[in-house]
Design a protein around this ligand. Structure first.
Ligand SMILES: Nc1ncnc2c1ncn2[C@@H]1O[C@H](COP(=O)(O)OP(=O)(O)O)[C@@H](O)[C@H]1O
Ligand SMILES: Nc1ccn([C@@H]2O[C@H](COP(=O)(O)OP(=O)(O)O)[C@@H](O)[C@H]2O)c(=O)n1
Length: 318
């Protein structure tokens, strides 16, 4: 495009950065990195594949934020970022950064560059719910394993399916019929309902060490809705993926004997299709971000659980 002569850098100069990777510093100190997809005359930005970078001394971590519309008035600074230039900073998992903050706080609080309570980065990290997503095909044993983790490791188990079934039963619920229709069809309930149930349950669970969010996010809509609603409120530590061959899963569901309206061959066929088409790509998405911890679940509960404990131990170490 033609730029004004003389060239005055300002919001207009960002047009040159369309489709480039941008670092945007917000007025509250948050640092976002994403691909610039659109900009208008008010410097309102649309960024795709956004991550928020949180820095503590020479370490930083990234948390995915998805697609973002940022109002120009909130932008302090924006410019292209070149990740190939060495910075001397080390990227670590969020859990590492949290552990680092914890140890820094107790050992040498005063030396941290932003150890005071108004620091946006540290206060954001401290107040968020810890979350482990638990995914896998229907019948892979998510509920069974989550119950054992809750019993022994102090995480609170929140099953999206159970919350939806409870809402379906709740007298006066305006969503009962809709939920039942989706459950029988093996399709996914709109995220606004599921995410509200999850957030509500988290807020009512007191001071939990963390939450096992079982059976969520199950499709793109779930993931986008979570990012929209829970950004700044929850931190995903990792994704526990219970992988299991589908025929075994189907047999387990048919033998489950809980009287579920969807544990029949017709509904199961649709649930497996939904899993393959919609949920597995979400697991692949998390895999690309290095968040997936796979545990093979066609074995005995004891064997699976032993591996799961190892996963949680490793996560606690970093
Ligand atoms: N490792 C396992 N081996 C055999 N049966 C299992 C195992 N894990 C779970 N089950 C049984 O399979 C059924 C489905 O397990 P569940 O935990 O409800 O799965 P999901 O929550 O993934 O749908 C239940 O009847 C459960 O008792
Ligand atoms: N995030 C979710 C989780 C479950 N559900 C619905 O609840 C049903 C049962 O889910 P579930 O997690 O209890 O059971 P499994 O299919 O994993 O055995 C799904 O087939 C969906 O219809 C949903 O819509 N959205």
């Amino acid at each position: 495009m033609d730029l004004p002569d003389p060239y005055l850098p300002g919001a207009i100069s960002l047009f040159e950065q369309l489709d480039k990777k941008l670092l945007v510093v917000l007025r509250d100190g948050r640092k976002l990195i994403g691909y610039l997809r659109s900009i208008d005359q008010f410097a309102n930005l649309i960024l795709e594949d956004v991550v928020e970078r949180t820095f503590v001394e020479k370490y930083f971590c990234e948390t995915g934020q998805g697609f973002m519309l940022i109002r120009g008035e909130n932008v302090e600074l924006a410019g292209e970022i070149d990740d190939s230039i060495p910075t001397g900073l080390t990227q670590v998992l969020l859990a590492v950064l949290r552990a680092f903050i914890r140890s820094s706080r107790s050992l040498r609080l005063s030396t941290l560059p932003f150890s005071h309570s108004t620091s946006p980065s540290t206060s954001i990290l401290r107040n968020m719910h810890n979350v482990v997503f638990v995914l896998g095909p229907p019948g892979s044993g998510k509920g069974t394993i989550c119950a054992k983790i809750q019993e022994n490791l102090g995480y609170v188990h929140l099953s999206a399916g159970d919350l939806l079934r409870a809402e379906r039963q709740r007298e006066g619920s305006e969503f009962g019929a809709l939920i039942e229709q989706h459950i029988r069809n093996g399709s996914i309930v709109p995220v606004e309902i599921t995410c509200a149930l999850l957030e509500n349950a988290m807020n009512n669970s007191g001071d939990a060490k963390g939450f096992l969010v079982d059976g969520f996010p199950r499709n793109e809509d779930n993931l986008q809705g979570w990012n929209k609603q829970m950004t700044g409120k929850a931190l995903v530590q990792f994704v526990l993926f219970l992988s299991c061959p589908v025929p075994i899963c189907i047999q387990r569901c048919l033998n489950r004997g809980q009287g579920r309206t969807d544990d029949n061959e017709e509904s199961l066929k649709k649930r497996v299709e939904t899993y393959n088409r919609q949920t597995f790509p979400i697991i692949e998405h998390f895999e690309k971000n290095g968040l997936v911890r796979e545990v093979k679940s066609e074995r005995s509960v004891e064997e699976i659980y032993a591996d799961v404990v190892e996963v949680f131990n490793q996560a606690a170490k970093v």
